[in-house]
Design a protein. Structure first.
Length: 295
């Protein structure tokens, strides 16, 4: 079944469309296209610079290179002491574990705040919201001292373990708001059938919360993939570097920098995020926009 989105004859929308001059619509669309081009120009320039000859990267602001040179991709992938594929693998492992930890821990915590009754519930929820206002730098030194005493420095554990402890209050708050929009009659019916709180969470809440879970998963993956400061603090061995740390190794203030390889691997690092957004775009928008169930 197709839906005709055109305004009905005689309606207010149709009258406004008839009164709107053609030149005005063309001008609006031209301005929007120009603004979009300005926004994506840096990205287009980076893609163009990744296939330019090394001596022409900064010589022109044009998006069309004088010659196509794919050597920067080979140099970027194999030119370092460690293959860039190792950095990709490390980032995928850390991001995947962070996604699993955040989705499970934050959804379970949000279910407790939204559906269960326990002593000090409002107080602990307020404390959780207060942590949203704390800058990362405030807790950086205490966390580093703790992980150093545990012997976790120079491992991926400081980057992964906190995700399994519901450390991201933003996702807890997002899921609480979504869970509150699910009718409580479903919980009551399940309890009458003998379901425990765990089964209600696992069998009812999670299947109905696909949009918000997908939103948390996508944002967690993007933020973990793009994280530079965390791996910089805790990872020292080059074989454990993530993609962001690997990109930094292309620039050297005391030696020669390979900007062609830097731009080539920067383009390659955007591909997983771009594909992830394309696949989960609908769920991502729905998870952010909705606070209940839409059927």
């Amino acid at each position: 079944m197709t839906i005709d989105a055109r305004p009905k004859p005689g309606s207010l929308e149709a009258e406004q469309a008839e009164r709107r001059p053609l030149w005005r619509s063309l001008l609006i669309h031209a301005a929007l296209i120009a603004m979009c081009f300005v926004m994506i120009y840096p990205l287009l320039w980076m893609v163009s610079a990744s296939v330019r000859p090394q001596d022409e990267i900064f010589s022109s602001a044009s998006l069309i290179p004088s010659a196509i040179d794919w050597g920067a991709y080979w140099r970027g992938w194999n030119g370092l002491r460690v293959s860039f594929g190792t950095f990709f693998l490390n980032s995928f492992v850390i991001a995947a574990l962070a996604v699993i930890g955040n989705v499970l821990a934050c959804s379970l915590t949000a279910f407790a705040f939204a559906r269960l009754e326990f002593f000090g519930k409002r107080f602990w929820f307020a404390i959780m919201l207060v942590t949203l206002m704390l800058p990362y730098q405030v807790t950086l030194i205490p966390q580093y001292v703790l992980f150093l005493k545990l012997g976790w420095v120079d491992t991926i554990l400081p980057l992964v373990v906190p995700k399994f402890l519901a450390a991201d209050a933003f996702f807890i708050f997002l899921m609480v708001q979504f869970f509150r929009g699910i009718p409580r009659e479903l919980d009551e019916a399940a309890m009458m059938d003998g379901c425990s709180a765990w089964r209600i969470y696992w069998k009812i809440m999670l299947p109905l919360s696909t949009p918000v879970l997908a939103t948390a998963a996508v944002f967690t993956f993007i933020w973990t993939w793009d994280d530079f400061f965390g791996p910089l603090i805790y990872l020292n061995d080059m074989r454990q570097y993530t993609v962001m740390l690997g990109l930094r190794t292309f620039t050297d203030s005391t030696g020669e920098s390979d900007f062609g390889g830097l731009f080539a691997m920067s383009v390659a690092s955007l591909v997983p995020i771009f594909l992830l957004f394309l696949v989960f775009q609908r769920l991502l928008i729905e998870g952010i926009a909705t606070t209940g169930i839409k059927r």
